[in-house]
Each structure stands twice: as C-alpha cells, then as structure tokens.
Write a protein that binds this ligand. Structure first.
Ligand code: ZN
Length: 258
C-alpha cells in the first residue's frame, strides 16, 4: 500500500472573516470546507495552513512534509512575502505538486511558476457555468460526465495570460457567452501544477461534489513522481561511461575546477 498523500490546503482566509455572505457559505473558512469535502479520500493525509500563521503558514518544515499544496488567495496576494512565494516555487521545482484554485491565478506563486501575466477577463453576475471535459482520458477528469454544471459562478474569460498548457482538461462556457481554459496542467522542474478556476467565494462551489472530485483527482495526479533532477555537476573524462579522449582547450565554468 502506498503511503498517504500529504496534502496542505493553504488559504489566505480573509473574505470569510470580513464578509458575512462568504462566512455563511464557509463559516470555518474555505480551507476547512475543502478539508472536510476531501475527507472521504482515505488516501489523503490533509492539513490546512493560513496566511496569518507563523511564516505565513508555510515554514520549510511544512513544505518539506507536503506532497501536494492547494492554494486559494484573492484579497491578500500582495501580503504573501516574496520569500514565501520563492520557497513554494523551489518546492515545486523539487517535486511537490501544486493546485492553484480560482483567483489564485493572480498569486505570486502561480505568476512566478508561469512567468506570464496570468491576467483574464471576469464578471460577477451569478451566471451559469458549464465546465466541459475536453480530455476525458485524463486522470483529473476520471469519473466525470461530459461536463460539470455550476448554477452560479463568476465568469472568467479568455484571453487568459498563461503559457500554453502541457495539457488542457477543462474548458468552461458561461451564460454570458465567454469561454475559458478552466482546467490546465504544466510541469515545472520535477513538480506538477494544475490550475482549476471554479471557486468564487460568494457561491457554494466547494460544496459541489463534482468540483471536489476534480480537486481530489488533481491531488492524485499532482503527487510527486520521483526524484528531483540532479544539481549540475562536472563529469571528468575519467568518470565517463565510455572512454573519451579529452582534446582542445577548456573554458572555466563558475563553481567548477577546470
Ligand atoms: Zn472570484
């Protein structure tokens, strides 16, 4: 039996404490709702972390003990320290999975890993969203039908300023007519990244069973896949697998002898 997947659900935890409508849907916070909603997955060992905890909830010992990190942020992107974002980025490069939810598209963590604007169009009108499965064979879409119906959602529309995804899993249609690449994956270093857009805080989207299924599938897909890439190292001719005759000059490289 495989060891449990160590999941950390990080939430800035701002709207739920400032907005009564959000608090009604998520009285203990989006992080707690997600932890509860994912609780039936016995292969997960889940913890939560929030911005106001020491070291913004993500000290090295927490990140080192995390296989997959979930990220929900919106109002407090700027409050996340660059050093916190850099620590998360380094852990992803070393193999930790990352699932960025909804407004996390504009987080420092996601923008660092994507290297692009990550900007999009939006509208808050409580309109219908259909999250179409465009890649039914992908493990993140396992167990879903043709689409997920979300009765009330915030519109996120194209163009979405992301690098071309490695894989596109979902494309959303909105009642107002827009479309959006709502589920996409990338690999960064040894780590897997999944962005999933449904999850606006004033609608009960994280209580939707199929949304929770996607997140659970995403966690299993994003779990670390193996060893991180080695750090660069010089391999002298005498250590080569086959005999090589060094010839010509050699240019010194930083941090190396020759
Ligand atoms: Zn939103």
């Amino acid at each position: 039996m495989q060891p449990p997947i160590r999941v950390t659900i990080w939430n800035e935890f701002v709207h739920e404490r400032q907005n009564a409508a959000v608090a009604e849907i998520y009285p203990r916070g989006i992080h707690a709702a997600l932890a509860e909603g994912l609780g039936g997955n016995t292969d997960f060992a889940t913890r939560t972390a929030t911005l106001d905890e020491p070291e913004q909830g993500l000290p090295p010992e927490v990140l080192d003990a995390t296989d997959v990190l979930l990220w929900w942020g919106h109002a407090a992107h700027d409050a996340v320290l660059d050093e916190t974002a850099a620590r998360v980025q380094q852990r992803v490069l070393a193999g930790m999975g990352l699932i960025v939810l909804h407004s996390g598209h504009f987080s420092k963590v996601f923008k660092r890993l994507m290297g692009t604007s990550c900007a999009l169009c939006w509208r808050e009108a409580g309109e219908r969203e259909r999250v179409w499965v465009v890649n039914p064979g992908h493990p993140i879409a396992a167990g879903l039908g043709a689409c997920i119906e979300i009765g009330q959602s915030e519109m996120y529309g194209e163009p979405f300023g992301i690098p071309a995804p490695d894989e596109l899993v979902f494309v959303s249609w909105f009642q107002g007519g827009e479309v959006f690449r709502s589920g996409a994956t990338w690999t960064r270093g040894s780590g897997r990244v999944f962005y999933f857009s449904p999850g606006h805080e004033v609608y009960p989207i994280y209580h939707h069973p199929e949304v929770l299924r996607v997140i659970a599938n995403g966690i299993r897909w994003a779990r670390p896949q193996g060893a991180a890439a080695d750090t660069p190292r010089h391999v002298p001719a005498e250590q080569a697998r086959e005999r090589v005759e060094p010839r010509g000059g050699s240019v010194a490289h930083p941090g190396q002898g020759a």
